[in-house]
Design a protein around this ligand. Sequence first.
Ligand code: MRU
Length: 344
Amino acid sequence: MSLKTVEWRDNKVVMIDQTKLPNELVYVEFADYNEVANAIKTMVVRGAPAIGVSGAFGLALAALQSKAETKDDLIEDLEKAKKILFETRPTAVNLGWGLEKVMKVARKEYDVSDIKESVINTAKQMAEDDVKTNMSMGKHGSELFANNDNILTHCNAGALATVAYGTALGVIRATKESGKKIKVIATETRPVQQGSRLTAFELKHDGIDVNLIPDTAVGYTMANGLVNKVIVGADRILRMGHVFNKIGTYQIATMAKQHEIPFYVAAPLSTFDLKSNPEDVVIEQRKPTEVTGEGDRRTAPDGIGVINPAFDMTPPEFITGIITEAGIAKPPFEESIKKLFEAN
Ligand code: MRU
């Protein structure tokens, strides 16, 4: 089994501290939802599905922490916690999805102890479902990959970005499990290095052949025949097929189109936002120090401006297919995405 990123154990949330990887595999334990909110903000836990489940577990802690004696007071405490958890990261739609799913269950119950129990059970169920969803995404997606494929991936859409198994890396795992021989190229993913710190770490952990490249070598690998397919995850997918994912995804998709290399996205249905238009989506802007240095080492002069968006948008015309747990959407995406949702 691949790494377990986040779980509920003895009324606490236990997660891998991803800021410490790849040097140390350390687990942290939280009993306060404010600590979970801080862990999401500081990227102790990150990746769209993982923060969705972490948010839900945060609400489960908030339910346990609440001293409320009436339903109304407990719902008020949960709404307050939901707001704090929701404001941690704006782009991945799974966070709001996970929080709202738990709140819906809470609002339906009548007394305090039933609400607490249902909130905890719903969050635990979401964690279990996440693994099943990824396995079924992997099964669908593995059909698109062949023996001896050289697959490029960006950021980390693996076990560490979900509860376990992963979305894009789940497809890679399932392809390998189906007996096909594959090689993976992982981009470093500046500035937070999810590719080198996390993707390379978990693929090595699972014995999958991985080569690391600097982000700047994507064009080189494609021009020199080192890559024949691309697969990435997503933080938000709109109804027409616009994909918001880790900064740099758009560049890779553009380069893939130039070299006629299929570009796939793997994401659960909980990553889709069928209501928003591209201009409505808030792109998280992160602190300049992520770009001006590495740890304590300064790599840029003082007093300069920095632009540090965490995500970008890849338009539908760059995407060959979107792999979900319910099947694969192909262009035209407006139609195929609608069909996937109608069938589910
Ligand atoms: O900033 P991060 O590390 O949370 O960004 C993660 C990504 O962009 C992933 O590709 C995305 O969340 C999909 S994870 C299955």
